[in-house]
Structure formats: C-alpha cells, structure tokens
Design a protein around this ligand. Structure first.
Ligand code: S3P
Length: 450
C-alpha cells in the first residue's frame, strides 16, 4: 500500500522480447543527499535529474520544515535555498519520512548537532526498523533520543547545544549510519572521524567535498577512515543526479532472462561502491556491456546494454561485495532462479533490516512460484534450472517494499505463468515510472482486481 492509498495488486505475465531504451530515474541516494546538503549550504543549490519518488519528496518536505526553501521547477529541476550549517529552524510539526530509512537517518544526523528538537515518524515499514544504530553515535555528539521500545520510530531527537566531535567505528556496514555521523559532524567543532570496516556507498563524502567541506578518506588496516573538519561554510552547488543503478537493475535483469531481449539503459551511475550487481551478473555469464563510459557530476557513468543470456550459471557471490549491491540481492535472486545451478549469497544479514526482511520476503515468494531457496541468518541460496524453468502462478506479498514488488514483477516476465504481488504501490517510493517504462520495453504488467 502506498502511504496515500489502498493496496493495488499488480500482475506480470510471461513477456515477449524486451527491447528499446530504458530511461530510469535519478539516483535515490544522491537525490536525498542533494536536498539535505543543499539545505545546509548558504545560498541556492540547483539540482537536475532529481528522483521524484515518494522517499525523496518526503525529504524535500522535511527540509522545508527545517527552514530551507525548496522549489520544484518541473521535470526533475529543483532548487534549495539553504540555511547554512547549524542554521536549521525547529520544525513545527512531526517529520514524516514515509518509507525512507535513508531520509530519516540522514536527517536525524543533520539536525542532531543543532539546539532544536524534532520528532520523526514513518510508515508501518519504517516504524519497525532499527534506529539505535544512528542514535547511539548521535548520543556521543551530545544529542538525546527518545523513541519506542527497541529504538523504533516515532522518535524525538533533542539536538546537542554544545556538540562534541566524535570518533566512531561503524559496527554494521551502513552508508546511512556513516552519513548520519558525518552530517552531525558538520556542526561540531574540530574533527569528526568515521571508520568503516567495509567500504559502503561514498556519495556523502564526494558531495561534502563538492560543497567545500574539508574531508579526507584513507584506507588503513582499521578500515576506511574518513575525517571531516566541522563547521565549514558549505558553498551551494549545481548538481546533476546520475540515473540510479539500483533502478537500472530491474530492466537489466529482465532483459537478461526474457528470451530475445536487447535493452539499452543510458546514463547509469557506476560508482564502484554501487556497481556490484553488474560485476556479479557478468560473472554469471550475462551479456551485459558498458558503453560510452564517462564522468558526470563527479560520478562515473555509462550506458548499460543487456541482452538475453540463456547460458548464465549460479555462482558464489563474494561476501565482500555485499555492500556494493546490498539493494540488488532481491532481483539477483530472480536472475539466479533462471540461471543453472546454485547462487550462494553470504554476508547479507543487513538484508533482514531493510524496508522488509528481504531474505524472508523473497524466499517465501520464490518458493510459492516453484523455486528452491535455502536460508540462514546471514546467507541464502537459490537453485536455478535454467531459462523457462520457473513455474510462476503465485501471488507474493510485497511487504511495503518497492524492491520486493519490482523483483517479483521481473520474475513473472520470464515465468511459465503470471506472477502477482498483493500491492504494487510501494514501487512509487523509488521508481514511480516503473510500470510505463517496462510496458514500453514490452513487459505485460496489469492490475488484477484486488
Ligand atoms: C543507502 C544506504 C543503504 C541502502 C539504502 C540507501 C543510502 O542502506 O540499502 O537503500 O543512501 O545511504 P544501509 O545504510 O542501511 O546499508
């Protein structure tokens, strides 16, 4: 169910060849950060290619509530008139971040070192997710948090009036936690240091440097050590948001498993901290090429070309690649179901605390559609029997999780019988044009009666 309506079941029927150009929307991670850093700069940041999905729109509303002027100029062009580091106003209302863990965790970080109080909430999915991973380091800056049991939303953060800089080793591989600490560090005097054992997406670091903050990253024996000097004046930027590799994953994976397909997905961000899925697919034997590699807005970008790949094999996905493809395991499991042999995915405990427990959600739906899945606390495996082997025919729960809903729609495109999700509404959080875009490529998506 979307935040605003009743459940909309969605069905994906076996598809003819997919072909054409898939213009996927802007990157969700970079879109959130553009709005938040724009709000913390002095003056006007202009953004083009912003993802206008529900998650990002919730962050835009939140930035207005903290005092920034956020304007939608149409067609993905936005501007943010920022209030400067430490300039946030106290919101008059509860901040509703909808479905977005990134939105709420980054915003909590950004406000935690200002002398203001804010209360955060979200939808039924977000209100189940762990927030202590963010409020623990924010407490070290001097912020206080009071939430529901287990550190869940709704939650109130009382920002630190006299923040202290922090040195924090992130205990779980999480770009959201790293980013929350860095954003809090912006308004603390002195140096804030974040250490991560495994490199996670580095958009916050890149963007902070672009906005003029003093930030350095060093790879050491301890891990990746990121040092930020607090209380900079952030200079407004012109930001071009690259297209989202996590959204590109859906047309790419669909093209690989639907017979006869040939799809071009232009302008996709290929930051190495995000591109693990494409490496994995190529190792499985996918006919996936990068064309016209270039740099846009400080991020590496290329056009992806995916063609039907009937000879893909299951592989062991290296656990040290998990952070670079964490959102892509659900759709990888759909490709694995259409490859030959076992695909083993280890080191992925974080999948259990996303918008849903993604291992459980995919295992349940894949099994209902005739696919063999095994799972443990931090691993799962899918056994595939090659092209055309998935029976399909079942209805799966999307569990308020956009990526689960879209993954099952891709499953249906290459199955023997249609696959249905109980609710396609959550797709609007990250990929509002998924249905028309996939339809133009040739996919047969429809809406059965609920
Ligand atoms: C994100 C980080 C990841 C990812 C999420 C977006 C970000 O979450 O799953 O979709 O933009 O920082 P974690 O930080 O929980 O790994």
């Amino acid at each position: 169910m979307s935040a605003h309506g009743s459940p909309t079941p969605m069905m994906s029927s076996p598809s003819g060849p997919l072909s054409g150009v898939a213009d996927v929307p802007g990157d969700k991670s970079i879109s959130h950060r553009s709005l938040i850093l724009g709000a913390m700069a002095v003056g006007e940041t202009r953004i083009t290619g912003l993802l206008e999905g529900e998650d990002v729109l919730d962050t835009a509303r939140a930035m207005r509530a903290f005092g920034a002027e956020v304007t939608d100029h149409g067609g993905g062009a936005w501007s943010v008139h920022g209030v400067g580091v430490g300039g946030f106003a106290e919101p008059g209302q509860v901040i509703d971040c909808g479905n977005s863990g990134t939105g709420v965790r980054l915003i909590m970080g950004a406000m935690a070192t200002s002398p203001i109080t804010a209360t955060f909430t979200g939808d039924a999915s977000l209100n189940k997710r762990p927030m202590a991973r963010v409020t623990d380091p924010l407490a070290q800056f001097g912020a206080q948090a009071v939430g529901r049991s287990g550190g869940r939303l709704p939650m109130t953060i009382v920002g630190a009036a006299d923040p202290l800089p922090v040195r924090y080793a992130v205990p779980v591989p999480s770009a959201q936690v790293k980013s929350a600490v860095l954003l809090a560090g912006l308004n603390a005097p002195g140096r804030t240091v974040v250490i991560e054992k495994e490199a996670t997406r580095d958009h916050t670091e890149r963007m902070l440097a672009g906005f003029g903050a003093e930030i350095a990253t060093e790879d050491t024996e301890e891990g990746r050590v990121i040092t930020l000097t607090g209380q900079p004046e952030l200079r407004p930027q012109e930001i071009v948001v690259p297209r989202d590799p996590s959204s590109a994953a859906f047309p790419v994976c669909a093209a690989l498993i639907v017979p006869g397909s040939d799809v071009l997905v232009p302008g996709i961000g290929l930051n190495p901290t995000r591109a693990g899925l494409f490496t994995t697919l190529r190792e499985m034997g996918a006919d996936l090429t990068y064309e016209n590699a270039r740099e846009e807005g400080g991020e590496p970008v290329a056009d992806l070309r995916a063609r039907y790949s009937p000879d893909m094999k299951g592989i062991d996905v290296p656990p040290d690649r998990a952070a670079s493809m964490i959102d892509e395991y659900p759709v990888l499991s759909v490709v694995a179901a259409n490859a030959s042999g076992v695909t083993m995915m280890r080191g992925v405990a974080e999948l259990r605390v996303k918008e849903s427990d993604r291992i459980d959600a995919m295992a349940e739906g894949l099994r209902a559609n005739g696919v063999a899945v095994e799972e443990g606390p931090d691993w799962w495996s899918v056994t595939g029997h090659g092209p055309g082997s998935v029976a399909g025919g079942a209805t799966c729960a999307s569990r308020l999780d956009h990526r689960i809903a879209m993954s099952f729609m891709v499953l249906g495109m290459a199955a023997q019988a249609p696959v249905t999700v109980d609710d396609g509404g959550p797709i609007a959080t990250s990929f509002p044009i998924f249905e028309p875009l996939m339809g133009r490529l040739g996919a047969a998506l429809s809406h059965p009666a609920g």
